[in-house]
Write a protein that binds this ligand. Structure first.
Ligand code: ARG
Length: 592
């Protein structure tokens, strides 16, 4: 389905042509001065340069053609020119209403399938096995999940990969610490030839204690640190007992991670990790050397990635250390190799802390240069900013430690629980807890997603859980309000309402226009990797709806026809809002 900007552009294309100008100047967009008009075309200013003519004269010629054109009056309510050459357009209320009725009949709500036939991989989440999830991982999960859903709704095929950090020193630390605590375990007996037990020698809470203890110890105790390095190397060379322990660690951690992500309503199609691609590394490195892409430098192996014209010199991409160990970049190159081979995607989007920007720039260049990634595969790094506390520094617990994700969620849910018990005491405590969790999730996710991903933002619990202002709970409250009107209408035996009627007031027209613009909002969110566009969109709809609601008698409207028109409008408003919050990754409770 075409959106209104496109329909208007087509009308103006013909008008430009008829008036003797190049139709490519005819693009119509949503007005950035909604106080003046709903849509605007700025093409006359550009055309003026080509035709050496005053832009105002060109705009007038075009507007005159539009007024004469057959059928244009059906769509355009009024068209006017303004200096220096703007063409300002308002849509006819009748046309807008019928356009919305058509949108209401579509499951995709009029959203264009711009991604049809395109396949993307989203690399997000990126948790490190055996380490508890902390809020640093929260942004990746929230932004990645939202973008994945938005892309899918716009027709893209998207594969979400959690890309576990499951390789490297943290494994050696855990194994070595376990060995010292329980040296008699069969995993450490090199003569052991039986099958290893299926039951792990530790639980997730053990692991959550073992890792930080071992990590701290390695910083103070050089002998322990060396032993942990050795354990890592042994694991990487395939020592059977170490391998068996490693499998236990992965299994236990992944089960715990899945539970945590489920609580956040985040899910992945692939649970692959760094360890899965180690098998490609030896051949990949041989080929990089043979083809002359990699060379030795001070004992290490590197790929040069600097390019003339770089503003800052980019250091070479290090793919093998002098001790023979591979690195983070090596693993990411091997992962790219596997992704190209298994999925040949049109694009891969990495949603990772922006402090890793240089790493990805090096990896992308090395991959393109060496042919590991195809020339036309889009590799995009979406680096997100830091979540800060009110003091402007990275968010910490009250004691100054790293905040665990579970703790953060518990704190939010408690704050919401208190808030809802104050405003409308629940008789069923289970329902109150359930609703608090739904509202809490909306508060966290909206609080994050309403910012541009690349920017740092301040985590402000009081503001995020507020029912007023640009917050998740405010959006939910609007949906709950609409649903309660719709329920009442149905309970009173209201007839089905499908047809939206021409707006009778300014606030109704504002709401209608916004509802017709979901496609533009989602398309912008895709091309700019900006879920904040969706937040902005539903915030505007909520404001427009609430203004309309305060000015309009809906259920009390005596004219039956008018009333069913309002109800049809409310139904569409509810569907657009609910669909958008689903794309952002949260849902509304029954009541608030
Ligand atoms: N595990 C990494 C971290 O915690 C993030 C992984 C990001 N994805 C990637 N393909 N490197 O920093």
């Amino acid at each position: 389905m075409k959106d209104i900007s496109e329909i208007l552009t087509e009308i103006l294309e013909k008008a430009f042509e008829k008036a003797g100008y190049d139709p490519s100047f005819s693009r119509v967009g949503i007005s950035n001065r909604p106080d003046l008009c709903e849509y605007q075309c700025n093409g006359a200013m550009a055309a003026a340069k080509q035709y050496h003519k005053a832009p105002l004269a060109i705009a007038e010629d075009v507007a005159a053609q539009v007024k004469q054109a057959a059928g244009s009056a059906e769509v355009i309510g009024d068209i006017a020119v303004a200096p220096p050459g703007f063409i300002n357009i308002n849509v006819s209320p009748e046309y807008l209403a019928s356009h919305l009725t058509a949108i209401s009949a579509e499951p995709a709500l009029g959203v264009k399938q711009i991604g049809k036939g395109k396949k993307y991989i989203f690399d997000y989440g990126g948790p490190n096995v055996a380490k508890p999830l902390h809020i640093g991982h929260l942004r990746s999960a929230i932004i990645g999940e939202a973008l994945k859903r938005i892309y899918r709704f716009c027709g893209y095929e998207v594969i979400g990969d959690v890309h576990l950090g499951d390789w490297g020193l943290q494994m050696g630390l855990i194994i070595e610490e376990t060995r010292r605590r329980m040296p008699d375990l069969c995993y450490f007996d090199s003569d052991y030839s039986d099958q290893y037990p299926s039951e792990a020698p530790f639980t997730i809470s053990d692991l959550e204690e073992i890792y930080p203890t071992a990590s701290a110890r390695s910083k103070e105790d050089a002998e322990f640190a060396a032993a942990a390095h050795e354990a890592t190397a042994k694991l990487q060379y395939g020592e059977p007992g170490y391998r068996a322990l490693f499998e236990h660690i992965i299994r236990i951690s992944v089960a715990d991670l899945k539970k945590n992500y489920a609580n956040l309503d985040v899910d992945f199609d692939l649970w692959k990790g760094e360890s899965d691609v180690q098998k490609y590394i030896p051949d990949m490195i041989d080929r990089l050397i043979d083809d002359g892409f990699a060379h030795e430098s001070e004992g290490a192996l590197v790929i040069d990635v600097a390019q003339p014209g770089d503003a800052k010199e980019l250091p070479p991409c290090l793919i093998r250390k002098s001790d023979g160990a591979s690195l983070y970049a090596t693993t990411d190159l091997a992962t790219l190799l596997e992704r190209e081979r298994d999925y040949s995607p049109d694009g891969i989007v990495y949603i990772v802390d922006k402090r890793q920007g240089m790493h990805f720039q090096q990896v992308f260049r090395a991959a393109k240069k060496s042919g590991i990634a195809r020339e036309d595969t889009l590799l995009y790094f979406l680096g997100f900013g830091t979540m800060n506390g009110k003091d402007g520094k990275p968010f910490k617990t009250r004691e100054g430690g790293v905040m665990r994700l579970e703790q953060l969620i518990a704190d939010i849910n408690e704050a919401v629980y208190e808030r809802i018990m104050e405003s409308s005491p629940y008789t069923d405590p289970d329902e109150a807890r359930k609703n608090a969790a739904l509202i809490g999730l909306a508060a966290i996710k909206y609080g994050d997603l309403s910012n541009q991903p690349t920017k740092d933002y301040i985590f402000d619990l009081e503001r995020f859980v507020s029912f007023e202002g640009n917050t998740g709970p405010y959006i939910l409250y609007t949906i709950v309000r609409i649903n309660s009107i719709l329920k009442k209408y149905a309970a009173d035996g209201g007839s089905p309402a499908e047809r939206i009627l021409p707006a009778g007031s300014a606030s109704e027209k504002t709401l209608q226009l916004l509802l017709s613009r979901m496609s533009e909002a989602l398309e912008g969110a895709c091309t700019e990797y900006a879920p904040n566009r969706v937040c902005q969109y539903i915030y505007e709809i909520s404001n427009a709806f609430n203004s309309f609601y305060h000015e309009t008698k809906i259920l009390a409207e005596a004219d039956e026809n008018k009333k069913t028109g309002y109800i049809a409008l409310l139904k569409l408003t509810e569907r657009v809002l609910s669909q958008c919050i689903n794309l952002l990754g949260f849902e509304a409770p029954e009541r608030m």
